[in-house]
Unconditional design. Structure first.
Length: 277
């Protein structure tokens, strides 16, 4: 039986995650997940692909969801009131247009100084109605492609065994930035075959396998690119259609509900026959 062993919310796209012991899973993912993003002067999102220092920016949202604090090594904190009512502006995520609400000059000044380039912070508007594709469609905030990213510990263990076999050092789970980590399965990549499952009070449906990029090579604690792993090793055994390197899965939220570390996972539909334990 699989259980939830980690829950992590990423309030700002590309920035550090916030570990949780329990969370509300909304239709758009874990509450507040990727509801903010940093943009450049052209309105395009900043990501760790080009701005790895995003990884060490730590966001914190107060329990009422009204105030956001940003902190980073060597920087004073900045706190802002979250704006959900001001004028919308055009923003893009990988050339796809959306709208965002600018969060003001204090956040923009802080981010521009830390990242060394003109930057602003935006939030998804309350009316944000993005439709995500996949086997089961859904919605999400500014995430790359779906509401929830899930990886099992067995998958990471299998990858690290291969990396170690080639003389490399094991990598932490945060290289993959999942929202939910599952433990209890012994077979790597069993999550690939899940099509529908319930966790706590929520139900999730498979959207797609996760194609991996250079962000997995960023040391999440230091905010710097740290070499060819894990892409080098994964390229040898995790190639999907079209040559994409796959690791973990994206899920849509069929039914919102509360989740907690320790919750059991009930898979109610597999791709093919259920695997033996």
């Amino acid at each position: 039986m699989a259980t939830v062993v980690e829950l992590t919310c990423y309030p700002i796209k590309g920035c550090a995650g916030v570990p949780l012991s329990e969370a509300l899973l909304t239709e758009a993912g874990l509450e507040h997940d990727r509801s903010f993003m940093v943009i450049g002067e052209d309105g395009e999102c900043r990501t760790q692909r080009r701005d790895p220092r995003l990884a060490v920016i730590r966001p914190a949202i107060d329990p009422h969801g009204a105030r956001l604090t940003l902190s980073a090594p060597g920087e004073d904190e900045v706190a802002i009131d979250i704006d959900t009512t001001s004028a919308r502006r055009e923003v893009t995520v990988f050339d796809t247009p959306y709208l965002g609400i600018d969060q003001g000059e204090d956040a923009a000044t802080w981010l521009s100084r830390f990242l060394g380039a003109p930057s602003r912070l935006v939030r998804v508007p309350p009316e944000h109605d993005r439709v995500t594709d996949g086997w089961i469609p859904g919605t999400c905030g500014y995430a790359d492609s779906a509401a929830v990213h899930i990886v099992s510990r067995a998958s990471l263990d299998g990858l690290n065994e291969r990396i170690a076999g080639a003389g490399g050092a094991p990598l932490p789970m945060n290289r993959f930035r999942p929202g939910i980590v599952l433990g209890g399965w012994h077979e790597p990549h069993r999550e690939d075959r899940v099509r529908r499952m319930t966790i706590g009070g929520a139900e999730l449906g498979f959207a797609k396998h996760t194609a991996r990029c250079v962000v997995t090579t960023v040391d999440q604690g230091e905010g710097v690119k740290a070499g060819p792993e894990p892409l080098r090793t994964m390229a040898g055994y995790r190639r999907g259609p079209g040559g994409a390197t796959l690791f973990g899965c994206q899920f849509s939220v069929i039914r919102a509900g509360k989740l907690a570390v320790g919750d059991e996972v009930d898979v109610i539909e597999w791709d093919g026959p259920p695997p033996g334990e």
